[in-house]
Design a protein around this ligand. Structure first.
Ligand SMILES: [Zn+2]
Length: 1027
């Protein structure tokens, strides 16, 4: 899946904020400035991904079971004759016509129960909905029955919003048993039968079905024991409502320009919602083939993972589409869509048909995605040297979509803003965002679809790789986007949450659906990608590529664990020209004169286990003593007592340059401390070149002073990534008391000479959150001074911006965010220009063509008057451009009128004009508004139950809403209020990791403000003289 983050909420002490739409890229994810925020903002809305929640269900009695695959009866044994009596209630849902064959079922149950009785029935055996004992008490399914093939028939009625389904599953039994456990959620099962496949007879024996909703499972009770090594076919008929949420088989709709509302139905199964559309073995390791049939109205069009083979008229006004049988795959990748969409198509070099589908009125926005998808599919086939195994790839823009996109095999689905590009109205960041999200979903066709994690604990094997591959592929296919510049921002984003005690290792045990959903966070995606990038840098790109290709080949159509990847990577032998001096490679160690500890064989597994099995990341402290560079590693963690945490140790690939040599030296640190002996004394040393390592660096003694001086005098000495990472690291060190806030602010002063996007964004990422915290307290004087300081700091750069769409993608994104920032900070030259533009645009009834890059600033200024606000909202209702709509949403949320803000929250939650998918973003925007943050928090509290019903407990969306509304609080009272509310939710939220993150963040904010606020006040007074 692809994330959707409106803004990055995570940041710790101060988190985010902005005035702009922020997303996150940088460490704090500030509001407007972050690049990715841009991307997020424009391209997607929020889906935030995010923070998970720890507490977890085992607090509620769902402890992970060690004896995972044992039937319920095998635990504690008591003789329970009551079970016999309960049999009478079993088959409540069977229709009358099956009654005649009902008695054999009863007999089987009785036999089963009798045998359980005397062997003992688990006293805690779960009870099915009809009161009968349910024969399985684990969240995970038994591993001795597995599916081979599914035959699915789905008949959806888009008028009654219901569907009928028939699922026939061919299964293989590896251990004798009397029941089959399947996942099923909210399906009304009307009939179930079982037959043995090998027998000629096609007699279908009706069987009893028990339901156990807490585990989203059903049990099919066989009439006679199922035998080891035999194959059977289970057939289940059922009906259900189309889901009103964003997952399962759900309803979506759109309004045509003429005002007609049209309905469509689409699927979103990852991670655990295939069970809402058909009964199945809904775990990623139960791979099978699928034959899908869809019954539909003649005016509609059906799509599924595979191409359409034939269509038949089966009734008056009813057509049945037959789709080709899929390759072997996991249930969460199955997809089908019934709609009236139109499409455009093109072939790749290898003859794969690529199509983009959208609502008819937006078909002219599909061209960019089509070309991009073809280019990227060609790239991946070449890079992986493994053919894309399906004959087609459809990319579909769904009007209602919670996350950014979904990688269903052969039928990827997207938010409209993540796929549709309006050449007239879309912004540069929108193009970047669309390119990245397509690159992500297509990378999944290999990483995730072809080779899948065995269980959700290793989700990062899907998501970390897909995130990483976005940068690898787009770097080659779209060099003008310069994505390599933005990669390190992902690492800062991950560090935001990974610096908290509530973080988790990349590979983490999870069991129930809410915990599984919590895995879709910055740790799985961003940290996963960052540690892969670090490994690539360590092994070198060619060796790394060879390794991942071997991994993909070896495990095609299979499932993997963490260690399978490392084992494959360890056995890569570099060849030929790979062994350049200074590069690492696994077998042949480099011979840099400075290395005295890395002469042994490199153990990739041992190294990477330190990154995937431990949470958090290291702080590397550097102390220069003559030619000797003393280095020390320790855990970096926000909050107190991090020095107490002594058990952490990483294998850190270090890189550095010095004042005497700009050649990047590399060494592997595997101990707590070590010493690098330089050939001569140097004035300064800079580590973690290009931020390719997932660690931060502290330079002791006068280390920071030297670097700050260098930045101020000749900042171009360092790459823009290195400048950005120095800014980040300095402020990170303030949080743990290693560097004073004055020194960090002093370093930020060099920004008045800065012109590159990433250092500017990183600076804003660090600085904006400071005044955002003040806005939520009574600190007006310092807040005002700080805002004025920021404008002075960036004034030169702001004044240089042209109000055009000229320049490279990064220049355009910088312009867009910088002008928005300046206008929202009421920098008059900006405001006046924006007012003029808005007037022209309004007087032309929206026909005047605004430069895209300045539209956000113009709209935001325009929305400050009631008249302007109302005009923008009218334009919103009829706009066909997602980018334009997103910009208007942002502008409307900047209003100072509390009634309007409240109205926005209500409208977007209700979903008529502003879609509910936009609500999380709008909630976040309003929470960033000094006039709105209390409204947002109140709205979240009052609508909590509905929110988790719609967006699901444990989802990144909910997690971002929690963080977005609370993570800029910094008082004891606010902490207590937040704590009290969430603990009152009990199992409806108190256990979530995001709640721990929110509380930890507020605590950290309190501590941070106590320690630094007064210092900032004094520093600001002094700094006035510095400009
Ligand atoms: Zn993904």
């Amino acid at each position: 899946m692809s994330e959707h983050i409106p803004c990055n909420l995570s940041r710790a002490p101060i988190s985010e904020a902005t005035d702009a739409p922020g997303k996150s890229v940088g460490s704090r994810s500030p509001p407007g400035p972050s690049l990715f925020s841009l991307v997020a903002t424009f391209t997607f809305s929020p889906t935030f991904r995010g923070l998970g929640c720890e507490g977890r269900a085992w607090d509620r009695g769902l402890r992970p079971q060690k004896l995972r695959h044992k039937p319920a009866g095998s635990a504690s044994r008591v003789c329970d004759f009551r079970s016999k009596n309960k049999m009478a209630f079993f088959p409540l849902k069977l229709p009358l016509k099956t009654a005649s064959s009902f008695f054999p079922s009863l007999l089987t149950i009785w036999i089963m129960m009798a045998s359980m009785n005397c062997h003992g029935m688990d006293i805690n055996s779960p009870k099915a909905t009809n009161g009968a004992p349910f024969p399985w008490n684990k969240m995970r399914l038994p591993d001795y029955i597995f599916p081979v093939h599914y035959d699915l028939m789905i008949h959806a009625n888009l008028t009654t919003l219901t569907f009928l389904g028939t699922t026939e599953i061919e299964i293989t039994v590896n251990q004798p048993t009397s029941f089959i456990i399947l996942h099923s959620q909210n399906l009304q099962i009307t009939r179930a039968t079982l037959r043995e496949k090998s027998q000629d007879s096609t007699v279908e024996q009706p069987v009893t079905v028990l339901e156990y909703p807490p585990n989203e499972q059903i049990a099919i009770l066989a009439n006679k024991p199922l035998l080891m090594g035999h194959q059977y076919i289970v057939k289940i008929e059922y009906s259900a409502f189309l889901s009103e949420t964003f997952h399962g088989f759900y309803k979506s709709s759109y309004r045509t320009q003429k005002g007609e509302v049209r309905i469509l139905a689409s699927t979103q199964f990852e991670p655990t919602s295939a069970r809402m559309a058909f009964p199945c073995f809904d775990e990623p390791a139960f791979k099978a083939k699928f034959s899908v049939r869809i019954r539909r109205d003649p005016k509609h069009l059906a799509l599924s993972n595979m191409p359409l083979m034939k269509s038949m008229n089966i009734d008056e006004g009813l057509i049945e589409d037959y789709f080709d049988v899929t390759v072997k795959m996991s249930t969460y990748l199955v997809a089908f869509i019934i709609s009236d969409f139109e499409s455009v198509s093109k072939m790749t070099k290898s003859g794969i048909k690529v199509s983009v589908y959208t609502i008819p009125e937006k078909i002219n926005q599909s061209g960019y995605a089509l070309d991009t998808a073809v280019t990227l599919l060609d790239f991946y086939e070449d890079y992986f040297n493994i053919p894309y195994p399906l004959p087609k790839q459809d990319l579909v823009a769904i009007p209602d979509f919670q996350s950014g996109a979904m990688e269903n095999w052969g039928l990827t689905t997207y938010r409209e803003s993540g796929l549709l590009y309006d050449t007239e109205k879309s912004s540069a960041s929108s193009r970047l965002g669309i390119t990245m999200v397509i690159a992500h979903e297509l990378a999944h066709q290999w990483f995730g679809n072809l080779v899948t994690m065995e269980w959700w604990n290793d989700l990062w094997l899907n998501e970390g790789f897909a995130k990483f591959m976005e940068f690898v592929s787009v770097n080659v296919t779209h060099p003008d986007l310069k994505v390599e510049e933005y990669f390190f921002g992902k690492c800062f984003q991950a560090m935001e949450v990974d610096a908290l005690n509530s973080s988790h290792p990349v590979s983490t045990p999870v069991e129930n659906p809410a915990e599984i959903r919590e895995m879709f966070d910055d740790v799985s995606y961003e940290k996963g990608a960052c540690i892969l990038n670090m490994l690539k840098d360590y092994l070198n790109a060619d060796v790394f590529r060879t390794g991942i290709v071997q991994y993909l080949r070896k495990y095609s159509y299979k499932n993997t664990k963490n260690e399978d990847l490392w084992n494959t990577m360890t056995n890569i032998c570099p060849t030929g020209d790979i062994q350049k001096t200074g590069e690492f490679c696994p077998r042949n160690q480099p011979t840099s004169s400075t290395l005295h500890w890395s002469q042994e064989v490199v153990d990739v597994k041992a190294m990477m286990n330190t990154w995937t099995l431990q949470k958090g990341f290291p702080l590397v402290t550097v102390t220069m003593k003559g030619k000797n560079v003393h280095i020390k590693q320790e855990l970096y963690r926000k909050g107190v007592n991090h020095s107490v945490e002594t058990g952490y140790l990483w294998h850190i690939p270090l890189s550095y340059i010095t004042s005497k040599s700009d050649k990047v030296e590399k060494v592997l640190l595997r101990t707590k401390t070590d010493v690098i002996i330089l050939p001569e004394e140097v004035e300064w040393i800079k580590f973690n070149m290009g931020m390719s390592g997932y660690y931060i660096v502290h330079y002791e003694n006068d280390g920071w002073q030297s670097l700050t001086g260098l930045l101020k005098e000749k900042h171009m000495m360092f790459s823009s990534n290195d400048r950005a990472s120095l800014i980040n690291n300095a402020f990170q060190l303030v949080s743990i008391g290693k560097l004073s806030i004055e020194k960090a602010l002093d370093l930020s002063l060099y920004l008045k000479h800065e012109t590159e996007i990433m250092p500017v964004f990183q600076g804003l990422n660090e600085l904006i959150p400071l005044y955002k915290l003040m806005e939520k307290r009574d600190m007006v004087d310092v807040e005002t001074q700080f805002k004025a300081f920021l404008i002075r700091l960036l004034k030169n750069l702001i004044d240089k911006q042209t109000w055009t769409d000229d320049g490279s993608v990064s220049q355009r994104m910088l312009r867009s965010q910088l002008l928005l920032f300046a206008c929202m900070r009421e920098y008059q030259p900006c405001v006046q220009k924006a007012e003029d533009y808005f007037k022209k645009w309004k007087e032309s009834n929206g026909n005047f063509s605004l430069p895209n890059d300045v539209t956000s600033a113009v709209f935001a200024v325009g929305a400050q008057t009631t008249e302007g606000w109302d005009f923008l909202y009218r334009k919103y209702q009829f706009s066909l451009s997602s980018t334009e709509k997103n910009k208007i949403e942002l502008a409307l949320s900047f209003s100072h009128d509390k009634e309007k803000l409240q109205w926005l929250l209500e409208q977007s939650f209700e979903g008529n004009i502003i879609k509910t998918q936009e609500f999380p973003t709008i909630l976040h925007y309003v929470a960033r508004n000094p006039k709105g943050y209390l409204l947002a928090w109140k709205f979240l509290k009052e609508n909590w139950n509905k929110i988790i019903e719609k967006f699901e407990l444990g989802s990144t969306t909910v997690s971002h809403m929690v963080m977005g509304t609370t993570n800029q609080y910094s008082t004891r009272e606010q902490f207590e209020e937040v704590q009290e509310f969430f603990s009152s939710l009990k199992e409806k939220g108190s256990q979530l990791r995001c709640v721990q993150q929110a509380l930890e963040t507020i605590k950290e904010n309190i501590r941070w403000m106590n320690q630094n606020f007064e210092k900032i006040r004094v520093w600001l007074q002094k700094s006035v003289t510095l400009f």
